[in-house]
Design a protein around this ligand. Structure first.
Ligand code: UDP
Length: 374
């Protein structure tokens, strides 16, 4: 019997990390692949899906701005519950640690629908960082039937929480699949990277530094520290700093107030994924508090300074392509200067390396969804 597989996603990182799986499922005649988009990130998700050629089967409207975590989770729960009642799938596929994923797990559990958790087992060990995502991921693990761990370390974290060994599979992270697909497409259709091409012309002759920040733990003092570091780096005169602004007012507001008008800083709206992958590959250095960017940068061989105190993705640190630097401006500037001014230090970090996957994760996960006994 053909299996019906309902993928539920709501945020930009979920869309990026699930489009390769949606491609793999769509190509397999043994299943009926359905997609529900919860609206958590609105237009940023529509842009990722459009560039991947994917049309959702169910698209919920946008989320009202300024919702609390409670209200957002409650809204996602109602939306996913309605989708599950209408679709009655054999599997629900959820990704990562978002409000959409947590609500999806609760709704599926309430209806006894098996959950496949993509990117399972990431742990910082600190329930406050990333907040609330660390706990979301643990809660989803407690309810899932199939755990697709991106790395051996993630699988070990699940084993340590007494998840049944037979339910855990090391698949690699689908972000590497997404990056490869997009990089190949950019090579065929360079016009897709048009916004970055314009920024590269603006900063011709300078080293490009990519900066992103959005984490809740960094709101307030952390974002202030990051802005101070950007000001100091801008004053060097040899850098073009490109800062795609997250739509959340808690981060974009302070960054705009502090950095607008600096000639060597480009504050830009979120870049479409092809433009953003081009930014990561041309950058001399990346400063970020993002989870996904920590996984993408090593695959491109671009050094990353992680603007956080802990990470649930230590594989990049172990591989030597990422360093944790926190949000103290003096530390960020000193670590950045070391990489910018010492070619040997830069070379040591700039080895392309794929601790997070080999680009075949989506095919492995699709096979599991079809093969695992239900
Ligand atoms: N990204 C993007 N455009 C941007 C900034 C980020 O396409 O302007 C992508 C990035 O490549 C990564 C994902 O968005 O795959 C990360 O999103 P974010 O940092 O918002 O979330 P996190 O990964 O921390 O959950």
């Amino acid at each position: 019997m053909r299996r019906t597989i309902l993928t539920v996603l709501g945020t930009r990182p979920e869309a990026i990390k699930l489009f390769p799986l949606l491609h793999a499922l769509a190509a397999d005649p043994r299943c009926e692949s359905r997609l529900c988009v919860t609206g958590q990130h609105g237009a940023m998700v529509d842009a990722v899906l459009a560039q991947a050629g994917i049309v959702p089967d169910r698209a919920c409207g946008p989320v009202p701005p300024g919702l609390s975590v409670d209200a957002l989770t409650a809204l996602m729960l109602v939306r996913v519950g309605a989708a599950l009642d209408a679709e009655r799938p054999d599997w629900v596929v959820l990704q990562g640690d978002t409000a959409t994923a947590l609500a999806g797990a609760l709704a599926a559990h309430g209806r006894q629908i098996p959950i496949a958790h993509v990117e399972a087992g990431l742990r910082s060990g600190d329930p406050r960082q990333p907040w609330p995502e660390e706990w979301n991921r643990k809660a989803i693990a407690a309810l899932a039937t199939l755990h697709c761990a991106p790395t051996r370390r993630a699988a070990d974290a699940l084993l340590a929480e007494a998840v049944a060994p037979g339910a855990i599979h090391v698949t690699g992270n689908t972000v590497v699949d997404a990056l490869r697909w997009t990089t190949a497409r950019l090579a065929r259709e360079p016009a897709l990277g048009g916004r970055m091409a314009a920024l590269e012309r603006r900063f011709a002759g300078l080293h490009i530094v990519a900066v992103t920040a959005h984490r809740r733990e960094n709101w307030g003092k952390g974002v202030d520290g990051i802005a101070t570091a950007i000001e100091a780096l801008a004053a060097r005169g040899d850098l073009g700093l490109i800062v795609p602004l997250h739509p959340n007012p808690a981060v974009r507001g302070p960054l705009q107030r502090r950095l607008a008008g600096l000639a060597s800083v480009a504050l830009v709206e979120p870049l479409d994924y092809p433009d953003f992958t081009r930014l990561l590959s041309v950058a001399r250095l990346i400063l970020t508090d993002s989870g996904g960017v920590q996984e993408e940068a090593p695959a491109l061989g671009t050094p990353v300074l992680v603007l956080r105190d802990t990470t649930e993705r230590p594989e990049g640190l172990v591989a030597g392509t990422a360093r944790l630097v926190g949000t103290d401006p003096a530390r960020i500037v000193a670590e950045a200067a070391r990489l910018l001014d010492d070619p040997a230090a830069h070379r040591a970090m700039a080895r392309a390396h794929n601790p997070y996957g080999d680009g075949q994760a989506a095919a492995r996960i699709a096979a599991l969804l079809l093969d695992v006994a239900l």
